[in-house]
Design a protein around this ligand. Structure first.
Ligand code: NAD
Length: 344
């Protein structure tokens, strides 16, 4: 299991989920760094061609260990999962698919990595592993002296005792433990990052699987002057959002480090959904009326505590929300215009 390469050498890298948002951006970055990349997914990237040297269309749930996709590979980034925003994850309608499909992907990919003696594997976990204990309760407990100060953001150890608020979170927790168990029992080198809400251009922006920043940018880009947009809940639920470039940087840094994780890969900057709307409005130049409707809100508040990542990687995500949201807004606004032009 000793790595076959140093971090400066050209590596042969397999990206599982290379047709997805993070996977496609990762392939672009790895290619720009001069690596040889094989992408695997059940679909191609939606908005542009993959620059991968090879791209296999495969259902990773049925991946077999001796499959040629694992041949001569130095590193595997495992990003494939049944995935979506709150409208996909928190309604309950997709629970069976989320648990079954993502678990099968992880079971088969990890076993294939073991049998192929892959030197290093990154697993993409999520902030959804954290318990649903929301920030208001945490603040209350903190004031009452029950929790030590500084416990409002999710620290890695907060994942236990476990109580994720979605089946998506439970599957991620199971998978994290399985990767850690393979590392323990088979001496494999695994890296586990817990992503917190990643956003940016080339991400899903419509269709039900989009996340809050993309959904809000789309609603504002589609709204007429003085128009109305719908927001799930009162909009005071808080999140932290990490720009895609930070997510890719963090993932590669963690992969190249000696730290196994799990570690948060997220922004510690906390915003409400209403603030997100305020910022997006400034790019569109129009202000919209907000209609608050019942909907799947997810947890009330959550952001990333970056103490551990700063300690282990001497780095943390730092691209400001305004910067990332502006790029995302203009990319989505262009998609909206292109779609309108096609339907006229
Ligand atoms: P995404 O949905 O864009 O990408 C996931 C990819 O996996 C898709 O292209 C999908 O086609 C592929 N996939 C799903 N099932 C497959 C199968 N059976 N066989 C082959 N391919 C399959 O999601 P993303 O935003 O790029 O997320 C990447 C990873 O990071 C996921 O594991 C996700 O759970 C995790 N994550 C992402 C975020 C975020 O904010 N984007 C947050 C937390 C965790």
């Amino acid at each position: 299991w000793v790595g076959r390469m140093t971090s400066t050498e050209m590596k042969r890298i397999l990206v599982c989920g290379a047709g997805g948002f993070l996977g496609h951006h990762l392939v672009k970055r790895l290619k720009a760094e001069g690596h040889w990349v094989r992408g695997v997914d059940r679909k191609k990237p939606e908005f542009e061609e993959s620059p991968a040297d090879e791209f296999f269309m495969t259902d990773l749930r049925h991946s077999i260990p001796l499959d040629s996709i694992y041949e001569n590979i130095d590193e595997v980034y495992q990003l494939a999962a049944e995935m979506g925003g709150a409208g996909f994850v928190f309604t309950g309608d997709n629970d069976a698919a989320i648990m079954h499909n993502s678990a099968r992907i992880n079971l088969s990919v990890l076993e294939a990595c073991r049998q192929n003696v892959i030197p290093r594997i990154f697993f993409s976990s999520s902030a959804c592993v954290y318990p649903s204990l929301d920030i208001i309760i945490r603040e209350y407990l903190k004031e009452a002296g029950v929790l030590p100060l500084g416990k409002t953001a999710c620290m890695e150890e907060d994942a236990y005792p476990a109580n994720p608020d979605s089946e998506y979170g439970w599957e991620k927790l199971f998978a994290e433990r399985m990767y850690a168990a393979f590392a323990r029992n088979y001496g494999m080198q695994v890296r586990i990052g817990r992503f917190h809400n990643v956003y940016g251009p080339l991400g899903t922006w419509r269709g039900g699987r989009e996340k809050a920043p993309a959904a809000i940018c789309r609603k504002i880009a589609e709204a007429e002057k003085g128009g109305e947009i719908e927001i799930w809940g009162d909009g005071e639920q808080t999140r932290s959002f990490m720009y895609i470039d930070d997510a890719i940087e963090g993932m590669i840094r963690l992969m190249n480090s000696d730290f196994q994780g799990p570690v948060n890969l997220g922004s510690s900057e906390m915003v409400t959904i209403n603030t997100l709307v305020d910022i997006a409005e400034t790019f569109s130049g129009i202000s919209v009326r907000r209609k608050h409707i019942p909907g799947p809100e997810g947890v009330r508040g959550r952001n990333s505590n970056n103490t551990l990542i700063k300690e282990k990687l001497n780095w943390e995500p730092k691209i400001p929300l305004e910067y990332g949201l502006e790029r995302t807004y203009y990319w989505i606004a262009k998609q909206v215009i292109d779609v309108k032009a096609k339907t006229v």
